[in-house]
Design a protein around this ligand. Structure first.
Ligand code: SF4
Length: 468
């Protein structure tokens, strides 16, 4: 790292040696030292109009906590970062900063953006290690109780804001640990699972109650919740895989991304795996991952760590259109993934035992521009065969079937998203006045940070509804 007339250069967070990280389901970044973090934080120019804060969906007071970090005031920085964010140590790890806060940094085109996400992570990790804990300390306790359905980022953030305002909160989740996809979907090389255990302990100390291993609609009905609680927040996410042109009939060797990632995490956490979502080990297999988002990158990198012989990511558009976070693509490339662009799988090939042996793929090109996006055209006579033992489909997610919502007069769109938004007179209220919703279940698959934003704003809507 050097300095010039603009000050110090951006210093990229250090990663563990490739040989180690390619085989380990542990976070890939080395621990930082305080001197480096202070130096990087002190690069902030404290602009009069900090674009980074506008670009952050939570409008975090970034420049203020960078200043505190630069002065070595770690606990004060962590305290401040919790004013606008319920899970800052998580966002520091999983936000696509290069599309959000760090893209907007005025140093982006000179000495390089401040490493905002990395400093956010360091500040909060270090404060926790020092024994600091966020507390709820409500101004007053109110005699209201809210049920949260789903312990993912939206539900947890909603619970965080409510408990801080003196509302009793009970969070229901079907999984044995909180976090939703933070725990079971995002692999531990991006987000170690002990962080969500720590978060559960922190939230529990703040007064939030958790009823885990409890599925609404199976173990407890929505009617019971409606009778018992003053309001309900639904943040159950989207878990139904979009299958594109993948045949409906099951093929041995073709897997959906989320069940693959969830079962792998359960295996690593030594939790039992349900019979319908067994652990899939891709050791020594030739693997193709279909899709180009962050979930596809998670599958690619998980398969590499399982010891797959070869892992290729096939994306039907060009490289510039790849929706995955750039840093995840770089990590996947470093770890040995191969990328193939403008390729559309058109046929799955099986042997007599109905076991996958490969796919036919056809080259694509941009066709007509419609609604700002090129329609894809298949190029004639460009189809060829690619051998594969396994294909993971990571085309994205839609709302899953939640039968328990059907009789509750909660309106949904034709895709199954619950209708609720921030611009309603009571933000995030659904067509049932006691029921609120936020996160992926209303907006479709999106970022962790936008789910947090929804959850926090829905809590404000609930407080308005409760008259608190
Ligand atoms: Fe950047 Fe995400 Fe943190 Fe906002 S929450 S400052 S976008 S890393």
């Amino acid at each position: 790292m050097s300095s010039n007339i603009f000050g110090h250069q951006r210093r990229e967070p250090l990663k563990k040696a490739l040989a180690i990280r390619k085989i380990a389901f542990t976070e890939i970044y080395e621990s930082d030292n305080t001197v480096d973090v202070q130096q990087q934080a002190s690069r902030c120019l404290s602009c009069g109009s900090p674009f980074c804060e506008w670009k952050c969906p939570l409008h975090n007071p970034i420049s203020k906590w960078l200043k505190l970090a630069a002065e070595g005031k770690i606990i004060e920085a962590a305290e401040l970062s919790h004013h606008t964010n319920s899970l800052p140590e998580i966002c520091g790890r999983v936000c696509p900063q290069e599309k959000l806060c760090e893209l907007a940094c005025v140093l982006h085109d000179t000495t390089g953006s401040i490493t905002i996400g990395h400093i956010e992570r360091y500040v909060n990790d270090t404060a926790f290690e020092m024994g600091w804990r966020p507390t709820s300390s409500p101004i007053r306790s109110v005699n209201k109780c809210v049920a949260i359905v789903g312990a993912g980022p939206a539900g947890l953030s909603c619970a965080d804001v409510l408990i801080r305002n003196g509302v009793n909160v009970v969070v229901f989740d079907k999984h044995p640990e909180i976090g939703g996809l933070l725990t079971f979907g995002i692999p531990s090389f991006k987000l170690e699972k002990k962080l969500m255990v720590q978060r559960r302990e922190i939230f529990t100390e703040m007064g939030i109650q958790f009823q885990l291993n409890t599925e609404v609609g199976t173990d407890i009905s929505l009617d019971e919740l409606l009778c018992t609680y003053d309001a309900i927040f639904i943040g159950t996410g989207t878990y139904q895989a979009i299958r594109g042109n993948v045949p409906k009939k099951p093929i041995q060797g073709v897997f959906e991304s989320l069940p693959y990632l969830i079962a792998n995490t359960r295996h690593l956490m030594q939790l039992p795996t349900p019979n319908d979502e067994p652990y899939i080990n891709l050791h020594s297999k030739s693997v193709i991952v279909l899709g180009g988002g962050d979930t596809a990158m998670d599958c690619v990198r998980s398969a590499i760590r399982q010891g797959a012989k070869q892992v290729s990511c096939l994306y039907r558009r060009d490289e510039q259109s790849l929706p995955a976070s750039r840093k995840e693509v770089v990590n996947a490339l470093d770890e040995g993934a191969q990328f193939h662009f403008n390729l559309q799988v058109t046929q799955f090939v099986v042997n007599e035992q109905q076991q996958l042996t490969g796919v036919y793929a056809t080259r694509t090109q941009n066709g007509k521009l419609e609604n700002g996006r090129y329609q894809l055209e298949l190029i004639d006579d460009s189809t060829f065969f690619i051998e594969a033992d396994a294909v993971i489909v990571a085309y994205g997610f839609a709302p899953h079937d939640q039968v328990w919502l059907n009789n509750a007069l909660i309106k949904r769109d034709k895709y199954g998203h619950i209708l609720a938004n921030r611009n309603s007179p009571i933000p995030f209220q659904t067509s049932h006045e006691k029921v609120f919703a936020g996160g992926d279940i209303i907006r479709g698959s999106d970022l962790v940070v936008t789910a947090i934003d929804d959850g926090r704003n829905a809590a404000e809507g609930i407080l308005l509804f409760l008259g608190v």
